[in-house]
Write a protein that binds this ligand. Structure first.
Ligand code: MCN
Ligand code: CUM
Length: 778
């Protein structure tokens, strides 16, 4: 624990020996290409595959009719909606899957897909949530019986009456509308699968890009009717997930179904534009925030109202009891008496989603809202935003803290993190510099933005969090072999987070064995214990806890063997964490290691004990963990061009006890880069015909090394009181915490001229318009 152990997995990644789904090659393997709709809303009149079938190498053209025979034409989404695998009647978003061409190689499949003739009766599309909810909007979901409008669901939280009253009696109120634009997780590896049905064993193996292989197997079993033990999901190396690989996509089902029907392996790999245009998007929340406060900046109440665009199906990837994800944590790091939130969601002719993109189920939107609103309040009151935060922080002695919308925060020390970040950023000096530039009418304005966010990660507990009915626990299975080397298998699935290293560190710490003597396996449902997968930064909080507990079970058993070998009574044998050995109380020279005991467990075990040295733990967390941090961003805004440059970027994170500081820092750097992409350049947009206008990397801008500044990272350590090793998750904190800090900085540069909000992405033209409106342009 706490050591910067080099990433074990990097040997294979750096030497080009990673094994991704597209690296899987099977004898006799066929290839699948999907035919996708060019229209966003259209009824299918006819599909004619004859020209495709006439091509060399094309083996089959599949449509919904073919899948209907096997009862596979539709599939459930993770939020209990029903989505077409291949469009049965009506296309509901551009690039929706209409037909599949299976061929001997990828080129033939691609050529075939171009020769499938589909005639469409084009209907009027509706792409934005507000229009979709108007009375005369075209009905999208006529497949749902009795449905007469595009309303998806309503949701509310908190105490409306008490909140309204607080607003009526407040000395100061502020309000701001802000749009969290539609984003795409954009992992470098797109989605894909190799379906491989073996008629001899009557077993279906699916290699797929999955962040959650076990739950995907359960869903495959439910959809296909193939018994669960006859399905094996293998998620090999995953080239980035970021939430994009939590849902089930039609392509997975088609590859598996085609293999079942044709009795040959079938590979399906998405192209970039298919990934961006059809797989789970994130955000698309139109939010209205309000704060009621006293004149000296004490927040009395927070009220929010959201209009959410859920696309053509409700296919959000989140615990089923939370239709708005964890958005209801919108009171953030602040001790607020009362709060109320309401949300309406709409169906639109856009790709389905509402998945968490590097955030714990919509906490990103919540953090953005509250951290922006605190800045709006500070500007209204003419106060320093750091002071407004200090005034309202939940104090360390208030933990465990119950928020007005029902969250149980485990631990926190927000002011210490903020102070550390302000000091690292040289805050006061920059405030002076900011004023100097205003006074001197300088060409470049300076803006300072702060965000003091609280994250909520590590879902379950199972009683409140489930996916498709399966409770959110996680698991670890440790075997210590006779020579003292160990294998750990976990139910979570790394996508680049370094689990093969950090989880080995947990075992090494608990058992006193060398980190190189522990191998970590995951991503194979035939061999790994059932778990709910990696998202919502839950791996360390849940599977990390399971790993520590399983290791401690092994230690308990090892203790009795140690007593045998040391010829001492078991109660006289102690575990020394420092040296990683058992020794006899009062006689530290009489000691034995777990490695030495391992041999005994198999070859010389004490009478009455079972031989072997292994343990399993399924861990249902009592609560989530609440990592937090303070980010300070200093930007220069060019008054002539509207360009924003980062002058300083400070991130202080607290994820409790730290397993591997180097891996944490890597997570922070990656997440901050994604936060910068969010704030500055990324957005999926649609034109009036429902065409995706940000559907490839020419039009969906990702930040590169060119746009990313040097980060200065710091940390504080506030352990989680309920986690076996005191750790909280960290993987998503930087993406959750940084966008509001960046927007606050850009707003701050223009606040003296009355600018209160700038919409993301803050491209130069957007910023320049604000400069012009405020009379600041050059
Ligand atoms: N860690 C640690 N000490 C802590 C907390 C975490 O050393 N106190 C380590 C962990 O052991 C793990 C890493 O940091 O190796 C991230 O851990 P954790 O916060 O538990 O998050 P997960 O492992 O569950 O990762 C999920 C998170 C999510 S949900 C997204 S989205 C995201 C992210 O991780 N996707 C990623 N980071 C990513 N990084 C890469 N490279 N690729 C992705 O797809
Ligand atoms: Cu929130 S995206 Mo991650 O949960 O896989």
């Amino acid at each position: 624990m706490g050591e910067e152990v080099s990433r074990k997995e990097d040997r294979r990644f750096i030497t080009g020996r990673g094994n991704y789904v597209d690296d899987v090659k099977k004898p006799g393997m066929l290839h699948c290409e999907l035919v996708r709709s060019p229209h966003a809303h259209a009824r299918i009149e006819e599909i004619d595959g004859s020209r495709a079938m006439a091509l060399d190498g094309v083996v089959a053209v599949l449509t919904a009719d073919d899948l209907l025979e096997y009862d596979l034409a539709t599939m459930p989404t993770l939020m209990d909606d029903t989505q077409d695998v291949l469009v049965n009647d009506k296309v509901k978003f551009q690039s929706q899957e209409v037909a599949a061409v299976i061929a001997e190689d990828r080129y033939a499949a691609k050529d075939g897909a171009e020769k499938v003739d589909v005639s469409y009766d084009v209907l009027e599309p509706v792409v934005d949530a507000e229009t979709a909810l108007e009375d005369d909007a075209p009905l999208i979901r006529d497949d749902i019986e009795g449905k007469e409008d595009n309303h998806c669901f309503d949701w509310e939280t908190g105490d409306e009456e008490a909140t309204d009253e607080a607003f009526e009696n407040a000395a100061v109120t502020v309000e701001e509308e802000m749009f969290y634009q539609r984003l795409h997780p954009a992992p470098i590896e797109t989605c894909g699968a190799v379906g491989d049905y073996d008629p001899g064993k009557d077993k279906l193996t699916v290699h797929m890009t999955s962040q959650a292989p076990h739950i995907h197997r359960t869903l495959f079993a439910q959809v296909s009717g193939i018994p669960e033990h006859k399905i094996r999901i293998v998620s090999p190396d995953v080239g980035g997930g970021f939430g994009n690989k939590v849902p089930i996509y039609p392509g997975y089902v088609v590859a598996a179904a085609a293999s079942y029907v044709l009795e040959r392996p079938v590979k399906w790999i998405e192209e970039r534009s298919e990934n961006i245009q059809s797989t789970g998007f994130a955000r698309d929340y139109d939010m209205n925030g309000e704060i009621a406060a006293t004149e000296d900046g004490e927040i009395r109440a927070i009220r929010v109202d959201v209009l959410a665009n859920h696309g053509a199906y409700n296919a959000a990837a989140q615990p089923s009891k939370f239709p708005a994800g964890f958005f209801n944590i919108f009171t953030g790091s602040y001790d607020v008496e009362t709060a109320y939130g309401s949300l309406s969601a709409a169906y639109t002719n856009t790709a389905p989603g509402g998945i968490a993109y590097r955030c714990s189920f919509r906490v990103t939107e919540a953090v953005y809202l509250v951290e922006r609103m605190v800045k709006v309040l500070a500007d209204e009151l003419g106060m320093d935003p750091a002071d407004v935060r200090r005034r309202n922080f939940i104090q360390p002695d208030q933990f465990p803290y119950e928020s007005p919308t029902g969250w149980n925060y485990d631990s926190g020390d927000y002011e210490t993190a903020l102070d550390e970040a302000l000091e690292m950023a040289d805050y006061e000096a920059y405030r002076d510099e900011q004023q100097r530039r205003i006074d001197e009418d300088a060409d470049k304005l300076l803006g300072i933005g702060i965000s003091s966010f609280t994250e909520v990660v590590g879902a379950g507990p199972g009683k409140s969090c489930d996916i498709a009915g399966v409770e959110m626990f996680d698991s670890a299975d440790i075997r210590v072999h006779p020579t003292g080397k160990a294998t750990l298998r976990v139910g979570v699935q790394t996508q680049g987070q370094g689990h093969e290293t950090t989880f080995a560190q947990i075992v090494a710490e608990e058992l006193g064995i060398d980190v190189d003597d522990v191998v970590v396996e995951h991503g194979d449902t035939d061999t790994d214990p059932y778990g709910l997968g990696t998202y919502g930064s839950r791996s360390t909080p849940v599977a990390g806890a399971a790993t520590a507990i399983a290791a401690r079970k092994i230690r308990d058993k090892a203790k009795s063997i140690a007593a045998n070998e040391l010829e001492a009574a078991e109660e006289d044998v102690e575990w020394d964490r420092e040296s990683g050995e058992f020794h006899v109380a009062g006689a530290p020279e009489r000691s034995v290691t777990v490695t030495e005991i391992a041999a005994g467990a198999y070859m010389n075990h004490p009478g009455g004990e079972e031989p072997g040295l292994e343990a399993v733990n399924y861990y249902d967390p009592p609560e989530m963990t609440y990592p937090f941090g303070s980010y300070v961003v200093i930007v220069e805004v060019d008054r002539e061009t509207g360009e924003v440059e980062f002058e300083k970027f400070v991130a202080v994170d607290d994820c409790g006890n730290r397993i591997n500081p180097m891996i944490i820092e890597g997570q922070i750097h990656g997440g901050l880069a994604q936060g910068i992409g969010t704030a500055m350049m990324e957005q999926i947009t649609f034109d009036d015909n429902g065409n995706v206008t940000g559907g490839d990397f020419m039009n969906y801008l990702l930040p590169t090394a060119m746009e990313i500044p040097e980060f200065e990272t710091g940390h504080t350590v506030t352990p989680s009181p309920h986690h076996p090793i005191g750790a909280k998750g960290v993987g998503e904190s930087p993406t959750v915490g940084s966008p509001p800090a960046i927007v606050n900085a850009v707003v701050d540069a223009m606040a003296h001229a009355g600018v209160s909000h700038v919409e993301m992405p803050m491209t130069p033209d957007v910023v320049w318009k604000h400069l012009e409106e405020a009379g600041l342009e050059r």
